[in-house]
Design a binder for this molecule. Structure first.
Ligand code: PRP
Ligand code: URA
Length: 209
């Protein structure tokens, strides 16, 4: 069973509260999402393996540590997942970035695929999938399936706000994928929006409504 990590760091919770407020505009919403992504990235990369390297400081030689093992790829689910990319790239500037385009059909709430462009060597990378909202879980489940079809074996899912239904769906379909979120909300409403949630993340990031 995949593990659910809830990042309850005070700074993450404080920033998330401002994002949830309906009077928060796109500029602040975007900035806060980027900041939270960086802070959550710190936790999501906490267990990366280290290796010793011999270096010279200005004073003397020393054995120091650097990250070893698989290289990273960040894969946002378009559109809203884009809002978490810059924060992660601030933390891991050498990560490659792939894109998966999915939108939710407004009536069926089922995800519809419209784009997929991934780094050539994606199958050898640790992949962090980003999407602020994990609602029914349909979009995340499909994105994870697309990545697995391309050979990915080491994937983590990073969302901001999740519903219990969404977490359950991902854990059932992808028990090998750990989920990182900042909040587990109460339920989905009749339009499959997260309650209390923060509204439509894509529209709030890009100011489209
Ligand atoms: C939103 C959100 C997720 C999805 C979550 O995207 O960014 O991708 O819905 O819902 P689910 O868990 O029920 O699949 P949306 O389809 O609104 O597209 P957008 O990001 O382009 O606005
Ligand atoms: N997509 C969003 O942007 N918000 C929700 O609450 C559910 C899906």
């Amino acid at each position: 069973m995949s593990q659910l990590h809830i990042i309850n760091h005070p700074m993450v919770q404080h920033k998330l509260t401002i994002m949830r407020m309906k009077e928060t505009g796109s500029k602040d919403f975007r900035e806060l999402l980027k900041e939270i992504a960086l802070l959550m990235g710190y936790e999501i990369t906490r267990d990366l393996p280290l290796e010793d390297v011999e270096i010279q400081t200005p004073i003397c030689p020393m054995k120091a540590m650097k990250v070893s093992g698989r290289k990273l790829a960040v894969v946002p689910i378009l559109r809203a997942g884009l809002g978490m990319v810059d924060g992660l790239l601030t933390l891991v500037p050498v990560a490659k970035v792939g894109h998966i385009g999915l939108y939710r059909d407004e009536t069926t709430h089922q995800p519809v695929e419209y784009y997929c462009k991934l780094p050539e060597d994606i199958d050898s990378r640790l992949v962090i999938v980003t999407d602020p909202m994990l609602a029914t879980g349909g979009s995340s489940c499909d994105a994870l399936t697309m990545l697995k079809k391309r050979g990915c074996t080491n994937i983590r899912l990073m969302c901001l706000v999740a519903s219990p239904e969404g977490v359950k769906a991902v854990q059932k379909a992808h028990p090998d994928v750990d989920i990182y979120i900042a909040a587990l909300d109460d339920h989905l409403n009749e339009n499959a929006y997260i309650v209390p949630g923060l509204g439509d993340a894509g529209d709030r990031i890009f100011g489209t409504k």
